[in-house]
Design a protein. Structure first.
Length: 370
């Protein structure tokens, strides 16, 4: 017991102790980019499903009577929606990433992954028997060099929109490399789904699906929960047979599948939500916000890097006292010496909220630059 207490004290001394805090203030921290989590249509879909007699629980894994019409309808809809050969639904995006990397790359294969890829992908990669090679962030030359030297089946692993940095992966170029080197491209669309693409289907929208595997997290812009893996049909069928997180987990609640399907429909039915978010993203990229700090970036995720853990925590606390829900992100979530405020844009805020945040934050940035 003393060991854990000492470790917690050490984290506190390092300004890296994490605690749970209820949401307060203007939302600049959640991933509810389109404001769907409180959408009346989702509430209505939940009520209608329960009143129709939908079971609350699945009762078992998908292979042991836990596979319901709700799961099947969602996956069939996802195939048509994303234009993939097959789709498989998981309870969380983390579980889905673990399943992809734990089941597909085999001993003798090579996984080439971006250094800033999400922890869920890292955990899956670590559990894989394949060789894994980390390359510099968004560096196409580094990816190609690694592909040239790789053995076995090659797997390229990236995020479409990086969760802590907000920059976008060069997916068309990476897809060309995948074709050139007979590789599969695995794209975590957690922060791209609902936000990017001509129809809100993610940064990968429009890319051929023959060697593309995408993970569409359902708990961010979609406002509910879960993870949809979209891939060629034979890969999906292989995961049903080999993906341990899928085989040995109780299936997601049927209600969860109903709500994800309705959320995807809302993305199509209400493009004005995505347009309103894009308007905020354009404002954040202007000279009017933080003196043009994000002038070369079009993203809903804006990292304001202070570097020092203690300073970052103190600025976050001051902003929270001023009425803004902004959180400090510290290592190991981000690399050493890159502690930051992660400002998240959503339709839950306005341009006035951004201007007010700008006024509160600029004195700290000027002091840091002095």
């Amino acid at each position: 017991m003393r060991k854990f207490k000492e470790k917690l004290e050490q984290l506190n001394t390092q300004n890296r102790l994490r605690t749970l805090n209820l949401p307060r203030g203007i939302d600049f921290t959640s991933n509810d980019y389109l404001g769907l989590r409180a959408h009346p249509a989702l509430r209505g879909a939940a009520i209608a499903a329960l009143e129709s007699g939908l079971d609350l629980g699945a009762g078992g894994s998908r292979l042991l009577r836990g596979h319901t019409e709700s799961h099947a309808e969602l996956e069939d809809f996802a195939v048509r929606y994303f234009g993939a050969g097959g789709a498989l639904f998981f309870a969380t995006g983390f579980q889905a990433n673990a399943a992809i990397f734990g089941a597909l790359p085999e001993r003798g294969d090579t996984i080439i992954f971006d250094t800033l890829i999400h922890a869920s992908a890292r955990d899956g990669i670590q559990a894989s028997n394949a060789v894994h090679v980390r390359v510099a962030h968004n560096d196409l030359d580094a990816f190609e060099d690694a592909l040239k030297n790789a053995k076995g089946q090659r797997w390229i692993a990236v995020e479409s929109v990086y969760s802590m940095d907000g920059d976008v992966a060069p997916l068309p170029e990476l897809h060309k490399l995948a074709e050139q080197y007979d590789s599969y491209l695995i794209v975590d669309e957690a922060h791209g789904t609902g936000v990017f693409g001509a129809n809100g289907k993610g940064v990968s929208e429009g890319l051929p699906h023959d060697r593309l595997i995408t993970l569409h997290t359902c708990g961010k812009a979609l406002g509910v929960a879960g993870g949809l893996v979209c891939a060629p049909k034979d890969i999906v069928e292989y995961m049903v047979n080999k993906a341990r997180p899928f085989i040995y987990s109780t299936a997601p609640m049927p209600l969860q599948a109903v709500l994800v399907k309705r959320a995807l429909e809302l993305v199509q039915e209400e493009p004005e939500r995505r347009q309103a978010l894009h308007k905020l993203m354009h404002y954040a990229a202007s000279i009017d916000f933080l003196e043009g700090m994000f002038a070369n970036r079009f993203s809903q995720i804006l990292p304001v890097i202070f570097g020092d853990d203690g300073l970052t925590v103190n600025v976050a606390v001051d902003l929270q006292r001023a009425g803004f829900d902004v959180r400090a992100i510290r290592p190991p979530t981000v690399p050493e010496n890159t502690a930051r405020l992660r400002i998240s844009l959503s339709v839950n805020v306005t341009e006035k909220n951004l201007r007010d945040l700008n006024s509160c934050l600029m004195p700290y940035l000027r002091k840091k630059a002095a």
